[in-house]
Design a protein around this ligand. Sequence first.
Ligand code: HEC
Ligand code: HEC
Ligand code: HEC
Ligand code: HEC
Ligand code: HEC
Ligand SMILES: [Ca+2]
Ligand SMILES: [Ca+2]
Ligand SMILES: [Ca+2]
Ligand SMILES: [Ca+2]
Length: 373
Amino acid sequence: MKKYGFLIFLIVLVFFLTGWIYSINAHKSSSEPVEQISAKWWGSAHADIQAEAFTHWNDDEPAEVPTYCAMCHSGQGFIDYIGQDGSAAFSVDEPAAIESVISCEVCHNEQAENLNTVSFPSGAEVAFNVNDALCATCHSGTDAGSTVVEASSGFGDDEIVPDGSFITPHYAFASATWLGSEGNAGYEYAQKEYVGRFEHAVGVQTCTQCHDAHSLHMNTTQTGTDLCATCHSNVSDYSDYRDISFSGVDYDNDETVEGLYHEIAGVRETLYQGMQKYATEVLGESIGWLDQYPYLFKDTDSDGIIAEEEAVFSNAYAVYSPRLMRTAFNYQFSLKDPAGYVHNGKYILQLLFDSIEDLATVVDVHYDLSLRP
Ligand code: HEC
Ligand code: HEC
Ligand code: HEC
Ligand code: HEC
Ligand code: HEC
Ligand SMILES: [Ca+2]
Ligand SMILES: [Ca+2]
Ligand SMILES: [Ca+2]
Ligand SMILES: [Ca+2]
């Protein structure tokens, strides 16, 4: 009997050991093979050498990315910014190469892997987790509401600012949206309160908890299903995200509760109508927006639409009062982070409501202020 007992003990031990070794191996293979990471990266926007973001300066003389733009638009420029090239940290010290994409070594180097604070155009300095600080540095925008304050200070609300122009927050400024009032990126009205960073829910609180750092797409859960589906029951994949509603509030007051993305779009439409009325009635020059640089054009025939012949650079809108500058800034802010509804929808809505309220003091706009989140 004793002999058998020992044998059973040995068998159990062998089972235990193989189980242990197996589990270690399984753990190892859960960290991704480099080939897979590379394939993901190659398919991402960061690797797209033909993108406007990396080729915008190709026809310049000399063909280089100016220092002010280089931090975000040239991998080489980012390496200069963080000081990995031996230059001063937190400044780009020379123009950088064109067609220099966001390659592996841009994010994987000593300085990059220790980066943990990010400066925002508003002047805010915010602590970030090490991985997220990378994303947040480039996805922070170039101008904030404070730029509008500076450009329009000293003028009456409806006074025309000589050389006034359309100040925009730039593009894909996800980290600024996400931080809300902590990043102070929107044009925030003095008497109003704004939400801070969007804490969302456990497991979806940081850039890299949601975004795969290499493909840039959403991560999936351990079982391979959609990350958002765990909590948002109407979701099975990306195509459903814009239909997510949690609060169930009909923010745009059209008697249907839509996904937050669409509610924001509805409120933005009211703001747009307010801007058009204001431009025509108060500034005496009709205005229209088109998704084409410089975005705001003179609506010369006042039909409410920017036609092809009106959508030319020489027809850019030029009559800016402080009130138009700040409301147009917030309008553009709600558009140029197209994922604003996920990153911090309430902050976007607050800015839109306050801008509408601002215009409603001088022109007739119908909206329900009680719906402001
Ligand atoms: C803080 C980072 C940052 C800085 C500084 C910056 N950009 Fe960008 N820019 C971006 C990001 C991020 C995008 C990517 C938007 C997208 O394609 O999703 C972008 C997009 C663009 C685009 C493409 C727009 C489009 O519609 O595809 C142009 C043009 C551009 N930037 C010009 C400039 C210029 C000119 C400067 C310097 C005066 C500059 N940027 C400075 C971050 C920055
Ligand atoms: C935009 C920045 C960025 C770029 C570009 C980038 N990475 Fe990464 N990489 C990260 C971040 C952030 C993490 C950590 C991811 C996390 O913890 O979710 C990471 C993690 C890794 C890991 C560890 C993965 C693991 O499972 O532990 C490897 C290996 C890696 N990257 C290789 C590469 C290679 C190879 C390239 C180029 C093909 C590349 N990376 C490009 C940001 C980047
Ligand atoms: C060195 C600057 C830089 C860093 C660091 C960076 N990005 Fe980007 N990102 C860009 C630029 C520039 C583009 C636009 C590229 C293009 O148009 O092809 C972009 C594009 C994107 C896009 C696609 C936008 C679109 O229009 O489809 C996503 C998503 C994104 N980045 C997320 C991230 C995440 C997540 C991180 C951190 C892991 C990160 N980025 C780090 C500069 C950066
Ligand atoms: C809750 C998950 C979540 C978090 C957290 C998150 N994102 Fe996103 N992000 C998304 C989703 C979803 C989209 C695409 C939404 C869509 O296209 O409708 C997106 C889109 C983007 C885009 C592309 C926007 C464009 O121009 O099309 C960028 C860039 C980006 N995120 C960067 C970031 C950065 C930087 C952070 C951290 C500060 C971050 N995201 C945090 C879910 C998240
Ligand atoms: C762990 C659960 C959980 C996961 C995973 C999750 N969410 Fe959420 N989501 C919530 C909760 C809780 C709220 C309400 C948060 C609040 O308003 O403070 C919310 C709110 C939202 C809102 C705002 C809706 C509204 O009407 O205010 C959007 C949009 C959203 N989530 C999108 C996403 C997307 C896209 C993903 C996947 C990338 C995702 N969520 C993943 C729990 C989750
Ligand atoms: Ca430098
Ligand atoms: Ca609605
Ligand atoms: Ca609607
Ligand atoms: Ca017209």
